[in-house]
Design a protein around this ligand. Sequence first.
Ligand SMILES: N[C@@H](CCC(=O)N[C@@H](CS)C(=O)NCC(=O)O)C(=O)O
Length: 305
Amino acid sequence: MSDIILHHYDISPYSEKVRLGLGLKGLAWASVKLPEIMPKPNLTALTGGYRKTPVLQIGADIYCDSQLIMRELERRYPAPSFYPAGQGAADALAWWAEKTTFSPAVGILLAKKPEVLPQGFLEDRAKFSGRTVDPFAIKAALPNLLDQLRAHFDWLDQMLADGRQFLQGSAAGLADLAAYHPVWFLRLNLGSSAAPLDGFPRLVAWAERLAAIGHGRPRQLSAQQALDVAREATSIAKATVDPQDPVGRKPGQTVSVTPDDTGRDPVVGELVASDVHEIVIRRSDREIGEVCVHFPRAGFVVAPA
Ligand SMILES: N[C@@H](CCC(=O)N[C@@H](CS)C(=O)NCC(=O)O)C(=O)O
């Protein structure tokens, strides 16, 4: 089986979710470090324009978004499972937790300690989010960000109130990893004794248990080597019709796939396969030839192109 290649950078919270996922499954993987800000020419050669972090590559198959990355890791390496307490609730919990806590956590750091972020970060993230960057507005938003995060952290904390080790019981799973990464980001940059984490010692103890999972067995790979892997491999995707597709999409149609929140860069390609949670499109790149790019359905807009 081809190597797992993770394109990521150290301070990326969503990457930490996947790194811990690789650790939970005890996997060996190749680490390709991405720049923290645009341009990312080697990444966009693989994805066709998607710029977010992380991206998983296995041969000539490119998996965008941590939601789908985790799903694919679970499909290929089912044990130990990301779903020790079943699937639906874990996926819903994961979606709520990271969607509501990631952005306030980043906002808090921008307001309190912008100097720890790389040069050009603010300007890059203004383009990324489609909002203007005003350092005064960022500072003014801080009290509300702290209030919001405190309320959401309290819900997480209440889930641990019966003494359980992890959100859904005695084993860590996807819900924990998704809820954890914004907490990790705050602890890494501001410590556990800064608001709003200071009010939640139980949550901090949970975070320590998750950190102990580790990252599995990474080894370094250059971006060029990853491109070589893609060029030499053939995608595993097979043309598949989704009989339940609500608008009758079919393999062979040209579509664009675009995140619906931030980093809204469309990727255009030929539809190969799709189902309720995944869409796969084939595209050709001058440097690496044909690759298949996989996206989740929740959170992505698929349109005819
Ligand atoms: N829904 C995406 C969110 C990914 C995301 O927003 N990642 C941040 C870094 S943690 C990002 O892409 N920032 C801009 C960049 O890295 O270019 C996922 O689950 O992977």
